[in-house]
Design a protein. Structure first.
Length: 318
C-alpha cells in the first residue's frame, strides 16, 4: 500500500505575516520538495503518494482534548479580528480557527487511512502545528493539539487501546504531555533541547496519577547532534515504546533540531534525520504492524525543512 499524504491548500490561509517563523512558505517549501502541487486532488497519486484531503475537525473532536471554554473563545477571538491569542505567544487571523480545525482534521484523516488499510503509513503536511497547545490554551504557534485530537479519535472511533506519541521536535511538546499526563492509554515520549522554549519537559516529569510512568522526557543540551539524538532513540525511547506495545504510533515530526534551524541550538543533519526516520519506521513495522501517523510540527529553515520532510516521506513510501 502507498503512503498517504494529507494536506489542503487552505492551510496557506492561516496568516501569520511574511516574516513570522511559522509562515505559509513552510508548507510551500515542503510540497515543492515532495514534488506535489498545493492544489491536491483528493484520491489521486502524486510523486508516488496517495493524496488525501481532510475535513475540519468538529467541536466534539476538538473538545475531546480541549476545554470547551477555550475552543469557544478561539472562535470568538478570530471572529473579532484578534491578531494574537490572549493565552500565549501565537499569531492568529480571521481564518485561523477554521484552518486549525482543518489541521486537526488532517491528523484524523491520517488515522482513518492507516487504521482502515487505505494506506500503510500517513504524513500530514498541515499548519498550524499543535504540540504546544494545552487543554485550556494555545501557545508556541499552536492553536489546537493535532496529535492529541488524532489519538483520542483513534481510541473513540476505532477502539485503539494504546497509543504511543513520540515527539522529536526540538521544543518540548508541553501541550501533548499536559493533555495525557494522567492517562496510561497514551504514552508520550519526547527528546528535546533543554533549556529552550517552553522550558518544560524535565526528566522527572513522568506523568501523574494513573498516568505515572507513561510520560518520558529526555532533555538534551544545545550543541547535541546526530549521535546524541540517534542514541536517545535507539537506547532509551524505542525500548520503552516496545515494552508499552502500542496499537498505533503517532510521530510529532518537527524538524527544527536541524543544524540550520534559526530557533534551536542543536546540530542534527539531514543524514541524522534519515537515521531517525529509519529507526521509527523499523519500530512501527515490528511493534504495531507498520501503523504510523506522522504529523508535521516545527522546522523553520525552509530549505532544511523541505529536504528533511522529503527524505522522511520518501523513506515512509519506500
Amino acid at each position: 500500500m502507498p503512503t498517504a499524504l494529507i494536506s489542503h491548500p487552505d492551510f496557506l490561509l492561516h496568516d501569520t505575516g511574511s516574516f513570522h517563523p511559522e509562515r505559509p512558505d513552510r508548507m510551500t517549501s515542503v510540497l515543492a520538495h515532495l514534488g506535489v502541487s498545493a492544489e491536491i486532488p483528493a484520491g489521486t497519486r502524486q510523486a508516488g503518494l496517495l493524496c488525501l484531503s481532510p475535513a475540519p475537525a468538529d467541536d466534539a473532536r476538538i473538545k475531546a482534548v480541549h476545554d470547551a471554554s477555550y475552543v469557544d473563545a478561539v472562535v470568538d477571538w478570530c471572529g473579532k479580528g484578534y491578531r494574537n491569542l490572549p493565552t500565549g505567544d501565537t499569531t492568529i487571523s480571521s481564518a485561523t480557527d477554521t484552518v486549525a480545525r482543518l489541521a486537526a482534521g488532517a491528523a484524523m484523516r491520517a488515522v482513518d487511512a492507516v487504521l482502515t488499510g487505505e494506506a500503510d503509513r500517513a504524513f500530514c503536511v498541515a499548519r498550524p502545528p499543535g504540540h504546544h497547545a494545552e487543554s485550556d490554551r494555545g501557545m508556541g504557534f499552536c492553536i489546537y493539539n493535532n496529535v492529541a485530537v488524532a489519538a483520542r479519535y483513534a481510541q473513540s472511533r476505532f477502539g485503539v487501546e494504546r497509543v504511543a506519541v513520540l515527539d522529536w521536535d526540538v521544543h518540548h511538546g508541553n501541550g501533548t504531555q499536559e493533555i495525557f499526563e494522567e492517562d496510561p492509554s497514551v504514552y508520550y515520549l519526547s527528546v528535546h533541547q533543554s533549556p529552550l522554549y517552553p522550558f518544560t519537559g524535565a526528566a522527572q516529569e513522568k506523568g501523574t496519577g494513573e498516568g505515572t510512568g507513561y510520560t518520558m522526557n529526555v532533555p538534551i543540551s544545545a550543541g547535541s547532534g546526530d549521535e546524541v539524538f540517534v542514541e536517545v532513540l535507539r537506547g532509551t525511547i524505542l525500548p520503552a515504546m516496545k515494552a508499552y506495545r502500542p496499537d498505533l504510533f503517532i510521530l510529532s515530526a518537527g524538524f527544527d533540531a536541524h543544524m540550520d534551524d534559526p530557533l534551536s541550538g542543536t546540530l542534527v543533519t539531514d543524514a541524522g534525520f534519515r537515521t531517525m526516520s529509519r529507526l521509527v519506521l523499523d519500530f512501527a513495522e515490528d511493534a504495531c504492524g507498520g501503523r504510523l501517523v506522522s504529523v508535521l510540527e516545527g522546522g523553520y529553515d525552509l530549505e532544511a525543512l523541505g529536504r528533511c520532510v522529503a527524505d522522511h516521506v520518501g523513506m515512509m513510501n519506500a
